[in-house]
Write a protein that binds this ligand. Structure first.
Ligand SMILES: Nc1ncnc2c1ncn2[C@@H]1O[C@H](COP(=O)(O)OP(=O)(O)OP(=O)(O)O)[C@@H](O)[C@H]1O
Length: 330
């Protein structure tokens, strides 16, 4: 697919958000779009996804496309499974195939227990799993992901990484925007930055700040059944424990802001543990690493930390030398 001299503005006489954008998407390639807040990344993705038409210019050779928007309309009058089957039918799948794929993706994302839950009763995290599943079940030639990892738990983030790898392996193209510069950092084929309404191609696989830096892991206890507050600093990955505890992992330089946000949330979160941790970049997954991985993910040896008696993270490095623990109360 090709964008030729594409421009987009909202409303007549409004300022141009994008202007003179030329872009040819590679088949079987992973493309990252970055840029400062409000520069037009989502606008570009919506044009790529065919949700918005360019105000000027042309889009050539559109493939079968699926899109995960930044904000998913959760208040839909369907159960999760019904919604996915309907979307599958819209994408041209037969009913039985749509049902099988809907069930398969809900299971892969650990949301199978919610297949009969009405969409407007789903938690934010499960709703995001449905948002991602609706795009993947179509096996699109072009998959467009706008902050699709946000709100997913760590296993689901890893599953989405794998799903992206599968799409590319199948010859598809995946274009994504994500606030975490390390997202899929080892696997990006082309990197563009939106600057002044135009698109600048960058060389090198890693966006600014993508080098894995030190991370902080925070164990927090919230009100019963509470999800983490929106917009937490450092965009932490989080993982729910069976006892209601949440483990959040974020870049170390954002840990103070993250702690402040948890402690001052309404109602506040109780902080049980804060520890420094080396970022986990399992070698076996080097092509599609999960950034800001929580403590339960598999490491290079394919085992989870619970499987290991040595307390290592499986990356071939010990996590213990940098580990300090302190206890805070709110
Ligand atoms: N539907 C809309 N109507 C009017 N203006 C819009 C609309 N959508 C986006 N804009 C404007 O277009 C500009 C680019 O917005 P866009 O959401 O594409 O940027 P972004 O880079 O994705 O931002 P962010 O990083 O904050 O998600 C902003 O000034 C925004 O206010």
């Amino acid at each position: 697919m090709k964008l030729r001299n594409v421009g987009r503005r909202y409303g007549r006489g409004g300022p141009w958000v994008l202007r003179g954008v030329d872009l040819e998407l590679p088949a079987g390639g992973l493309v990252r779009i970055d840029g400062a807040n409000g520069t037009g990344k989502s606008t570009l993705l919506r044009v790529l996804a065919g949700i918005d038409r360019p105000t000027e210019g042309q889009v050539d050779a559109r493939p079968r496309t699926a899109f995960v928007p930044e904000r998913f309309p959760a208040a839909l009058p369907f159960t999760a499974a019904d919604y996915l089957v309907r979307l599958g039918r819209i994408h041209g799948l037969r009913g039985t195939v749509a049902r099988e794929r809907a069930a398969g993706w809900l299971e892969r994302f650990g949301a199978e227990a919610h297949d009969r839950t009405p969409m407007d009763e789903l938690s934010k995290g499960t709703s995001q799993k449905v948002a991602v599943a609706q795009a993947l079940l179509a096996e699109p030639e072009l998959l467009v992901l706008d902050e699709a990892w946000t709100g997913l738990d760590v296993p689901a983030r890893t599953e989405l990484d794998l799903a992206v790898a599968e799409r590319i392996e199948a010859g598809g193209t995946v274009v994504f925007v994500d606030h975490d510069p390390r997202r899929l950092a080892g696997a990006v084929d082309e990197l563009y930055t939106v600057v002044d309404g135009g698109l600048v191609r960058r060389t090198g696989a890693l966006p600014d700040g993508a080098e894995a830096g030190p991370e902080t892991r925070i164990v927090a206890m919230g009100p019963p059944g509470a999800e983490p507050p929106d917009g937490l600093p450092g965009a932490p990955a989080y993982e729910a424990g069976p006892d209601g505890r949440l483990t959040l992992t974020a870049p170390a330089e954002r840990s103070d802001a993250l702690l402040r946000a948890l402690l001052t949330a309404r109602p506040p979160w109780h902080i049980e543990e804060v520890r420094a941790a080396l970022p986990v970049v399992p070698a076996a997954r080097a092509a599609f690493p999960e950034p800001a991985q929580g403590s339960a993910g598999p490491g290079a040896d394919g085992r989870t930390p619970d499987d290991r008696s040595d307390g290592s993270d499986g990356s071939g490095r010990s996590a213990s030398p940098t580990t300090t623990t302190r206890h805070l109360t709110s």
